[in-house]
Design a protein around this ligand. Sequence first.
Ligand code: SAM
Ligand code: SF4
Length: 335
Amino acid sequence: MTAPLIDPFHRAISYLRVSVTDRCDFRCVYCMSENMTFLPKKELLTLEELDRLCSAFVGLGVRKLRITGGEPLVRRGIMDFFRNMGRHLESGALDELTLTTNGSQLARFADDLYAAGVRRVNVSLDTLDEEKFARVTRWGRLPQVLNGIDAAQKAGLRVKINAVALKGFNEEELERITEWCAERDMDLTWIEVMPMGDMGDTDRVGQFWSLDDVRARLAQSYTVTDIPERTGGPARYVRLEETGQKIGFITPLSHNFCESCNRVRLTCLGELYMCLGQEDMADLRAPLRNHPDDDAPVEEAIRAAIGRKPEGHDFDYSRQKAEGQVSRHMSHTGG
Ligand code: SAM
Ligand code: SF4
C-alpha cells in the first residue's frame, strides 16, 4: 500500500481543491479587478493533465476533491473532466467530488453534474437584492443564479450557500438570507473577506465584517447552539434551533484554525499551494510534462511539497492593516 500524505505537523492530507481555470463570467469586487489579464490558454494544464494530477493525489490518499476556480463551469469541456473523475467515486477511492460555483451555469449543467456523481455544490451568493448583486459581482445577474440554484435542487444536488460578510453591504440582509436558506433547506456559510489580490488595503479593511459580530447578531434573533462538526478546514458550525439550520463561519482572520488543516490547493498551471495564505508552492507541471508515461516523478514532487506544508498563515487585520497579504488573486489559487 502507498504511504499516505502526512505533513511535518502530522496532518494527513486528504482533501484537494483544484482551480481548473482562472477565468470567470463575474468580476466580484473582492476577488477580481474589472480588467483582468487571464493566463494564456497554452499555459494551462489540459483537462487530461488535470485528470492525471488529480488521479495521482487520489492514489496518494486524497478522499475529497473540490473543483473551483475562477468559475469552474466556464471551462470548456469541464463536464468530461467531472465524468472522468466520477470513476474514482465508483471505485471507492474517492468519497466526494464537489464544486464551488457562482451558479451562473448551473441551469445548464446540474443534471450532468449529478450524473457524474456530484451530490453537493457550494453556490456563492452574497445578497438577494438584484441591484446589490449586480454591484458586488459587477457582471453577474441574480435571476440567472437563482435559476441555477433551482435547477441544482431539482437535479437532486444538495446546495450550500457561501456568502462573504461585507460590512455595510449585506449586514442588513442577515435575517433575510438566513430565512431564505431555511425555507429552501440549504445550509449557509459566512466567509470573512480575506486580503487577496491587488485591492487597496483601506478598501479591504473597511469591508471586513467579523464573523464574531455576525454570530452575535444571529443570537439576537435565534437560539444559537455550537455544533462540534469539523471538516479539517477553517469552518466552524452552529445550529439555529428555531429553523434547524446549520450555519458555518469561515474565519481565517479572526481565528486561526490551521492546526487541523487537511488540504492543499492545485492551480490550473499545476502549481501546488500548501497554504492559501503563503507564497510557497511546488511546480507539478514540469514533472508531469517531462514524464508523460511515468507518474513516479509526479508523486515524488507531491510528497516533497507536502513535506514543506507550513504550520499556518499570517493573515492579521489587528493593526488595521492587512498584514500577511498575498499578491495572487483568489481566482488563481481557488477559493
Ligand atoms: N467562482 C466560484 C465562486 O464564486 O463560487 C468559485 C471560485 S471563488 C474564488 C470561491 C469563493 O471564494 C467564493 O465563495 C468567493 O466568494 C470567495 N472569495 C473570493 N475572493 C474572496 C476574498 N477576498 N475573501 C474571502 N472570500 C473570497
Ligand atoms: Fe468569479 Fe467566484 Fe471570483 Fe466572483 S468569487 S469573480 S464568481 S471566481
